[in-house]
Design a protein around this ligand. Structure first.
Ligand SMILES: CC(C)(COP(=O)(O)OP(=O)(O)OC[C@H]1O[C@@H](n2cnc3c(N)ncnc32)[C@H](O)[C@@H]1OP(=O)(O)O)[C@@H](O)C(=O)NCCC(=O)NCCS
Length: 177
């Protein structure tokens, strides 16, 4: 299963061989500190566990929900994923999250990946809204969302607890008919 983006990057499911790139990417404090549910430090075992959990998601959901962003050599240079809501009244709504290895920042990778991922989300799940939760000290991620058509909805104060700190979080959303 491959989601085409352009002639430089594409999305495909995580593979066992991604474990060390994934660990390297998420062990960077500048990446780790902006993402909610990743252990810190991020070990090779954490990587392997995450990659294995994706096979389980595929089996239970019939779709991969987390994708590696890859360059044309097939190297994992980031990730993008979708979180579904299983409760009936929230099923029309999903959450997207992404990160890019610091070596590839500023090359439009996240924006291109998200722009390509949105149609895939809609086609597969017919969402009415997709949301991203951005820590309030992450203007680069806000910019990615704005470039992809998301708009700012609200700041939720002390919404998340990460590494012992309560974090103000900005909700960005995009809506569909
Ligand atoms: C946020 C992140 C995904 C952006 O990835 P990226 O591939 O560099 O993003 P893009 O190049 O597509 O776009 C980044 C935009 O933010 C801008 N930007 C970067 N740093 C910025 C800052 N400090 N303030 C304002 N804008 C900033 C860039 O100039 C660019 O905008 P432009 O294309 O108009 O010039 C990446 O920095 C990352 O992985 N950060 C850590 C994890 C994370 O924050 N994930 C998102 C959680 S919600």
């Amino acid at each position: 299963m491959k989601i085409e983006i352009d002639d430089e990057i594409y999305l495909s499911p995580f593979e066992e061989g991604d474990a060390s790139s994934l660990m390297q990417c998420l062990n960077n404090p500048r990446v780790n500190s902006k993402i909610l549910s990743v252990p810190n430090p991020y070990t090779i075992e954490d990587s392997r566990q995450f990659i294995n959990s994706n096979s389980y998601i595929f089996t239970s959901r019939g779709n991969h929900l987390n994708y590696a962003i890859r360059n044309m050599e097939g190297n994992m240079i980031g990730s993008i994923g979708l979180e579904l809501n299983s409760l009936l009244h929230f099923k029309h709504s999903g959450t997207v999250a992404y990160y890019v290895d610091q070596a590839y920042w500023g090359k439009n990778v996240a924006s291109r990946a998200l722009k390509a991922f949105l149609p895939w989300c809609i086609e597969n799940y017919r969402f009415k809204r997709l949301t991203a939760h951005v820590f309030s000290d992450n203007p680069a991620s806000e910019k990615v969302l704005q470039k992809c058509g998301f708009s700012f909805e609200a700041t939720l104060k002390k919404f998340y607890l990460k590494d012992g700190e309560y974090i103000d979080t900005k909700f960005y959303s995009i809506f569909f008919d």
